[in-house]
Ligand binder design. Sequence first.
Ligand code: ATP
Length: 336
Amino acid sequence: MAAIEIRSLQKRFGDVTALRDVDLTVKEGEVFGFLGPNGAGKSTTIDLLLDYLRPTAGSVSVFGHDAQAETKRVHERLGVLPDAYGLTGHLTARQHAQFAIDSKDADDHPLELLDRVGVAEAADRNVEGFSKGMKQRLLLACALAGSPDLLVLDEPSTGLDPNGARRMREIVREENERGATVFFSSHILGQVEAVADRVGILVDGEVVAEDHIDDLRDSVGSASGTLVLTLDHLSEAALAAVRDVEGVTSADANGQTVTVTCPDERKATVVDAVRTDGATVLDVESRETSLDDLFASYTETADAGPEGGVEPSADTGGEAGGDASADAATDAEASR
Ligand SMILES: Nc1ncnc2c1ncn2[C@@H]1O[C@H](COP(=O)(O)OP(=O)(O)OP(=O)(O)O)[C@@H](O)[C@H]1O
C-alpha cells in the first residue's frame, strides 16, 4: 500500500492557483524528497495532506485513509514538522515534548526525545527564549513522539546550523531504518540528495518529475556533462575538432582553457580531439550533472522538460474548477 497517494490535486486561493493537477505516490518505507522553488506549492500540498486546507479538487490518502474524510486516522499515524512554528512561548521544551507524547498516547520519555535532537540541556527553559534552530529541533522532537509510521517534514533544515542539518539527516535515516516512511520538502538539494530514495519536483503547482535521483540525473546527464581542459596552447583547429565531436553542444575557449559540454561517454573523444594539432593537455576537470543542474533543468524549463528526459506532466492550460469563496469556507472548516 502507498504511504501517500495524491490524485489530481488542485488548490486555488482566490485568483492564485497554487496546485494545478498534482499526482504523486510515496511508497511505504521510502524517504521521499519533495523539491521545488519558492511558491511551487510544497507547503500547500502538505497542508492538504494534513487537512489544514481543503482541496479545490482531487484527493489525498495516507495509508489508504482519505485525508479529508478520515483525518483522525491519518493523524494517528503521522508525525509532523510544520513550516510555521506551532510553539507556545511560555511553555518549556519538556512541556511541549510531553504534550506531543500525550497527544499520541505514547510512552516516550520527553528528555530522551529532546536529547535526540540536541536540546535536552534547554529542556526546562521557556521556548520564547529559543533560537530559530532550537525551535526547529524541538519541533522535530515533537514530530518523533510515538514513533509515527509517516514523518512529514516541511523544510526541516530551516534555521539549522550545519551540525543541526547533519543531525536532522541522521534522524531521517534512523527513522527510516526503524520502518517509518519520510516525506520531506526542501529547496536545498544537497540535503535531499543525501537522504532521499526518490524525489518529486514541483514547479508552479505541477509535478514535473518523479523518480529515483540517479534516474533523473541520467535523464539530463547526457545533455549537461562538463569538461574543462587546460592546454599548453589552444588553436582554432583544435577548437573546431572538438566542436566536430558528436554530442558536443558547446565548446568555449578562454585563453588556453576550453570548456566543453558533452555527454559523459564522449569526454575521452573530446580529449583526443583537442590534441589533434599537437597540444599538450595540462589539466582536466570533469563535472557530472549535479542535482543543482538537474533541479535547474526542470525548474527553469519546466514547460519543455530536459532534453531527452522525463516528460513533464501536461499543462492543464487552465485553472482548477471550483469557487474561491467556497474554498475559503471549507478551509475555515478544516481541522488544524
Ligand atoms: N493562504 C493563502 N492565500 C493565498 N495564496 C496562498 C496561500 N497559501 C499559499 N498561497 C500561494 O500558493 C502558492 C504556493 O505556495 P506554497 O507556500 O505552497 O509554496 P512552497 O512551495 O511551499 O514555497 P516556499 O518554498 O517558499 O515555502 C504561492 O503562490 C503562494 O503565494
